[in-house]
Structure formats: C-alpha cells, structure tokens
Design a protein. Structure first.
Length: 498
C-alpha cells in the first residue's frame, strides 16, 4: 500500500494575509500541488492540510480552497501605490522630533533605545496578528458549525441515510504516511513541535529547502527573519526523514551547513528538477487598466522582488553609465518588475532623485500575471544580477518565453540557465557593464541569440518535479495509486462536531 501524502499548505494561507501577489515560493509550490492533485486527487493518496492549533496537529482542507486562494492571489490586479516622482521628501514632523530627541542621547544609549523600540513594535504587530487570528478563527468555527448542524438535520430526515464526510487528519493519518512541506513552514512559530508530534505517531516528514540565505547571508534579510529562520532550520533538519532541494547548489549548501554545525541528517539532500513556466504564460497579453507598459522591443527586463540581495543597485549604476556613454535613444529602457521589498530605501530614493534616470528606468510594482506575460513577450532581453539564489525562476521563465537572459555567475543561477545564458560577476560593475553593453551594441547578435534560445531551450514539465519527489518517497510515479480503501476517508457528521 502506497503511503498517503499529507501536503502542508498552511504557509500559503498565512502568506495571503499580508501579501497581494505570489512570490516564487508560492508559485513553485502551487505548481507541484496542482500536478499532484491532477494525478492523484481522485484516489485519496494526496491530501492537503492546514494547522489545527487547538490540537497541535493538522486538519484537512479541500483542494478547491487551495486553488481558489491561489487564483485570487495571482489574478488580483493591484493599483500601483503613489510614490514621489522626484526629489527628497522630508520626514514627517513627528518623526523629525523623535529623531532630534534620540540624537540628544549619548551614543552608548541610542542602540538600546532603538532595540527597545523595535522590540515593542514587533510585539504590537504580533498582538495585532493574534487578535485577528482569534476573530477569524471564531467566525470560521461558527460558520463550520452552522453548516454541519444543517447537514446533520437534513441527513436525519425520515428515509434518508447519513451522509459521509471526509475524516480528519487525526482519523486518517497512519504510520508510514508522509507529511510533506513544500512551501515556507519555518514561518510557523513552533513548527518543529508540530512535526515531532506526528513523527511520534509513526509518520515521516519531508521538507523542500529553497535556500539558506537568512543564515548564509543575513545582511540581506530583516533581523526578525534571520532569527526565526535560523531557529527553525537548526531544529527542523534533524527531524526530516527526507530533505529535497530546488537545486544542486542548495543541496550542497544544506549538507555543508549540517557538517559545519554538527547537524545529523537522515541521508543526502535530494535536488529535484524544477518545472518551467507558471500560469502567467497562459495569460492573455492584455493592457493593464492601471498603467501603460513600455513599448515592445524598447526595454530590458528584470523580474524580481526589489530587495538588496537581488542587486538592483548594480543595474541602476550600469544604466547610468550607459546613458553617460551612449546617446539616450540607443539605450533600452530598464524595467524593474516586482514587489518593493526590504533594504532598498536608499535605492528607491536614488531612482526618484534622478527622475528615474530621466525616464530610462521604469518600476512596475506588483505586476499581474497578465502584465508579466506582456513584459516578457515584449522585452529585448532579461537580466538577473542576484548575489545569491536557491534556483532562479525568472531565468528559466525568460528562456521559456524565448528571451535571452544575462545572469550573475553565482550560486544556482548557472545551473538554471545552462548554456543559453551569458553571465558576469555581480560584484564587478565593469564586468556587468561590458557584458550588457556588448548585447546592446550587437542587435544582430542578440537576434541570433534569441533564435538559439527559442530553438534549443527544453522546458521541464512539472510532472518531472513530482516524479522525482514521489520516487524519493518510495512511490512509483507511474502507478495509479488506488491502494487505499475509500472507507478510510469517511465518517459521520456527528463526529465532525466533536
């Protein structure tokens, strides 16, 4: 009998609470969910679960809720936020007063005051989230209870049999089954305890690792993220029966980290092939109702969250130099498409102060999938200068659209791009300038490169990703997975009320 897979999707529901658009983690994980559901959804072998906080366990969630949530996240068109177009904006009066008071303190006291303020701010945000969860949980329980009571009353009408409902995780999960975390479960404050409890019941745990950036390069992350991620990784890795990684580079990094810190792993980390393309590629290329996109064949594209690690500053400097060395009409517009993240306040102010490089730099914040499709199809080439990546989804996405991509030569990016990309040292402004300048100057060469990408690139189906996961977990990917009797998925409505 094949082990049943319980796929933890709690992090997707948590992500939607505070984010308007999906990031690479949500997109990648959802493609795997969707492929597994399409293949095994009718067999019962694959189940999706959320966290049951009251029981420190899991509870099943219907696939329609998972797909409905992601579709809402990926299809919602967000009006761009209003940002200053130029110049340096002063701080509000209240903030100016606080800054003056702080700077009257002795230098030895200032860090302690700042730390105290940050701690208080984090605590207030945590209390706010907790209050929201309590209100949300109470409303959800009331709705579920109402529906269940109505069903129970209807099923007890004379001459009608009691309806069957899916049982809870606690009723179905048995020894040998696998809890599979494919998203970002480290955001849960005590996920190791939740996993440990299931392993005591005989379940196995499998984790997909995207990268160790908050540990390896904490200077590019928020301080609270570094603390949370480090604590989670230190306690999670020893609990994993199977560890997957989204690249060979990440797999090697996890194994190196374990050796360096004396963490015992159950076995080698398994890199899996990453599928190519997302739902965005099937979106029609429609014009945004909020903003006009650049004219086709007039721009270079960088798709990424705008944060320090992604190295947008390097491209800002390269384009500034291009505009000094070349007539403006020969320099393609540089497009940054993505959510504005952390540690980029200085960069965004520089962009504003230069009037977006006199119009030669366009920031498209939180693009929709349809906008991304149009941007990819219309660009001359894409650039991805990141310092550190777990894989490099925009690289393979660019190649899938048939567009040449210029990448950083670091970590997993050469692995993602293969022989079809060109690269530079992300720490070397001159190297980046030379590679990009050569592409801009040689338009015939760029056309030949684009033809080569369209001819040679072989997309990886998401089914290959799923096959690799199932094989490592002991499943036969080609099997029908009809091994589990359906009786195990049934219970009476009365039991749901307990």
């Amino acid at each position: 009998m094949a082990a049943r897979l319980w796929i933890d999707v709690e992090d997707l529901f948590e992500y939607v609470r505070s984010n308007r658009r999906p990031s690479g983690i949500q997109r990648l994980a959802f493609e795997i969910y969707q492929t597994m559901q399409a293949r095994y959804g009718d067999t019962g072998m694959v189940q999706f679960v959320r966290h049951d906080i009251r029981r420190n366990s899991f509870r099943t969630v219907p696939w329609r809720e998972v797909t409905g949530l992601f579709e809402k996240l990926s299809e919602h068109e967000v009006a761009p936020s209003i940002r200053p177009e130029r110049g340096i904006s002063p701080h509000p009066p209240a903030r100016q007063l606080i800054r003056r008071l702080v700077h009257r303190l002795t230098p030895s006291l200032r860090p302690a005051l700042v730390d105290a303020a940050l701690t208080l701010s984090e605590a207030l945000r945590a209390w706010g989230r907790l209050a929201g969860e309590v209100r949300h949980g109470a409303r959800s329980r009331l709705r579920r209870l109402t529906v269940q009571i109505r069903r129970l009353a209807a099923n007890r009408r004379p001459g009608r049999a009691v309806a069957q409902e899916p049982v809870s995780f606690a009723e179905c999960a048995t020894s040998g089954d696998v809890v599979l975390a494919l998203g970002a479960p480290w955001s849960h404050p005590d996920y190791p305890a939740l996993v440990r409890m299931q392993r005591e019941r005989g379940l196995r745990f499998a984790l997909l690792v995207y990268d160790l950036i908050p540990i390896r390069r904490p200077e590019w992350c928020k301080r609270d993220l570094v603390r949370l991620f480090r604590a989670s990784v230190e306690t999670m890795l020893p609990l994993c029966d199977v560890i997957f990684a989204i690249s060979r580079a990440t797999a090697a990094d996890v194994e190196a980290y374990a050796r360096e810190n004396g963490v015992a792993l159950s076995g080698p980390v398994t890199p899996i092939p990453i599928g190519t393309g997302f739902g965005s590629q099937s979106q029609p290329a429609v014009t945004s109702r909020y903003r006009a996109l650049p004219t086709a064949a007039s721009y270079a594209l960088f798709v990424s969250t705008i944060e320090a690690r992604k190295n947008h500053t390097l491209l800002f400097r390269v384009w500034r130099r291009l505009l000094e060395d070349l007539p403006a009409e020969r320099v393609p517009t540089l497009v940054f498409a993505g959510h504005i993240g952390w540690l980029v306040d200085d960069l965004m102010q520089q962009i504003a102060n230069t009037d977006h490089l006199n119009g030669k730099l366009v920031v498209i914040e939180d693009p929709t999938d349809a906008e991304l499709t149009m941007l990819y199809r219309g660009c001359l080439f894409t650039v991805f200068p990141s310092f550190h990546e777990g894989w490099g989804l925009p690289v393979t996405e660019s190649l899938a659209f048939g567009k040449p991509c210029i990448i950083s030569n670091r970590t997993s990016l050469p692995e993602a791009g293969g022989k079809l990309v060109r690269s530079f040292d992300p720490d070397n402004l001159h190297d980046a300038y030379q590679v990009i300048r050569q592409v801009i100057d040689d338009r015939l060469g760029l056309a030949r490169w684009e033809a080569e990408v369209q001819r040679e690139f072989k997309p990886v189906p998401w089914s290959a990703t799923v096959d690799a996961i199932l094989t490592r977990l002991g499943h036969s990917p080609g099997a029908s997975a009809m091994a589990t009797p359906s009786i195990r998925f049934e219970c009476t409505a009365e039991r749901l009320l307990v």
